[in-house]
Design a protein around this ligand. Structure first.
Ligand code: ADP
Length: 479
């Protein structure tokens, strides 16, 4: 093979694009690698301007190249961007040299271009990966299968205190407390099987000797052939989180203790209050009756005192009930009695002190004899009817009904007052819940309905309501 044939063969088989062009940038030869790299066949390329490969914003490059070539200077290896036939852009490393004729005259240029897109991209990805590893708050460490540390990021230094120089080359057990050494064997045997170890919470030891709570994820590292050659480990410092959890537990415990103290105190105080209140109430009621028909000034005073002490008595009773509910000590004494009688009694009693509202009760629908705790049910109806009165200050009637439905006895208490927005319906029965915007000028603690519900639940019953804002509410209990 002569020299020329040898050269031709080299050009044909090269992996780099080898192109020649005139000093006017017209392509004069185009090897198979050029076709592979840029997408044009030799027929398509030869005769056209090389500028078709240069992105529009970089056309100046060609002017510069040609002027260099004309002055006999080669352009060694530079990296730039070119456009393929399909419009995609690629990174190329280019070398351009002048071509001379037999007389030494420069007649054109030869250009060798290598596609370095994959290289540039992997460099970029590497740069990004390095930046991520370096800026991570987590420790990112790699090690060989026998446990030798091979890389150590700044996060690892922050968490464990060792610099890369102090850690790389050492065995990973540097970080593992003695009593946890067996963990490493488990981790490595999983890694050897190609498995990941995920979010494993444990304790590691820092350079200063302090123990650090970490959450660890370990993944196998494979070489190009897919063989497992080591492990990468990400460790997050969760010491603060753990300390916070501990503190929270401690607070909850303290709160429980103080809550039970509070319940005990309320229960004790209410008990102590109950006795004198009962005796004051009895005396006042006695005095009040004695003053029937007597001087109206004194009578008014005793009536006021009776009303006040009755309120106080109810409040103390409610506080005792809450304490009982909290400690699971709300007990019931069941007996069988007439529901109608009980309702009449309650309505009559309320009528004595509330003259504005008339309370209607139609007892013709059902005459149930029910088995329940009579005193507790009395409390339920007092709560519902006094609420109906309290929250309908502009109205003058309350309607009570009782009827049978689905084998149960239902009692309803209807008022024609302010009504209750739907979003509060479920919450009304929780402890201390009041509808602030509606109850501001009406005294109360938000415990009546809570106790009411607990009593009904204790009777295997139900309580619910229907209400229209501005029109009124109906509370239902069934048991
Ligand atoms: P209190 O009346 O002491 O605030 P309750 O537990 O009996 O406590 O009632 C809780 C809340 O439910 C009241 O504050 C009031 O906002 C609302 N409520 C109860 N009954 C009625 C009713 N019949 N009409 C309108 N709102 C009511």
């Amino acid at each position: 093979m002569n020299n020329e044939a040898l050269l031709m063969a080299l050009i044909e088989s090269s992996n780099d694009a080898i192109i020649s062009k005139t000093l006017d940038s017209i392509i004069t030869s185009w090897n198979p690698a050029a076709e592979k790299i840029f997408g044009y066949t030799s027929q398509e390329a030869v005769g056209r301007s090389i500028t078709m490969l240069i992105p529009p914003e970089m056309q100046d490059e060609e002017v510069h190249i040609i002027s260099q070539i004309k002055s006999g200077v080669s352009i060694p290896h530079y990296e730039t961007v070119r456009v393929r036939k399909d419009g995609t852009r690629i990174w190329v490393a280019i070398t351009v040299s002048p071509i001379r004729d037999a007389s030494g005259q420069i007649t054109g240029a030869s250009k060798i271009a290598r596609d370095i897109t994959a290289l540039i991209e992997s460099e970029r990805t590497n740069t990004i990966h390095t930046a991520i590893v370096n800026s991570s708050d987590d420790a990112i460490i790699s090690k060989t299968l026998d446990g030798t540390i091979t890389s150590w990021n700044p996060g690892a230094q922050r968490i464990f205190g060792y610099s890369p120089d102090e850690a790389i080359g050492k065995h990973i057990t540097l970080l593992i407390p003695d009593e946890r050494l067996s963990e490493e064997d488990t981790i490595i045997s999983k890694i050897k099987n190609g498995q990941r170890v995920e979010h494993f919470e444990t304790i590691r030891r820092a350079k200063a000797g302090d123990e650090i709570h970490v959450s660890i994820t370990v993944s196998p590292v494979k070489d190009k052939k897919g063989e497992i050659i080591g492990a990468s480990k990400i460790a997050r410092n969760i010491s603060e989180q753990i300390a916070l959890q501990k503190q929270l537990k401690e607070y909850t415990r303290m709160l429980e203790v103080s809550n039970s103290h509070k319940d005990q105190f309320i229960s004790m105080a209410s008990h102590e209050l109950k006795t004198p209140i009962t005796s004051i109430m009895a005396s006042l009621q006695f005095l009040n009756r004695k003053l029937d028909g007597a001087d109206s000034g004194n009578k008014k005073l005793t009536e006021k005192a009776v009303a006040g002490i009755t309120k106080l008595n109810k409040l103390v009773g409610d506080m005792l009930d809450i304490a009982k509910i909290e400690t699971g000590n709300l007990q019931f004494n069941f007996s069988t009695f007439s529901l109608n009688e009980l309702l009449h009694e309650v309505i009559d009693n309320i009528g004595l002190t509330n003259t504005k509202h008339q309370i209607f009760y139609d007892d013709s629908l059902v005459d149930a004899h029910i088995t329940a705790d009579r005193l507790r049910l009395e409390q339920v109806f007092i709560n519902l009817i006094t609420n109906a009165i309290k929250y309908s200050p502009e109205a003058d009637k309350i309607v009570v009904n009782s009827y049978a439905a689905d084998g149960k006895t239902v009692v309803s208490v209807q008022d024609f007052g302010m009504g209750i927005p739907a979003e509060h319906h479920n919450k009304l029965f929780s402890r201390f819940y009041r509808i602030e915007e509606q109850s501001q000028n009406i005294s109360g603690l938000g415990i009546g309905l809570f106790i009411t519900k607990q009593i009904i639940v204790g009777h295997n019953g139900n309580i619910w309501l229907q209400s229209e804002l501005g029109k009124g509410s109906t509370f239902y209990v069934s048991f």
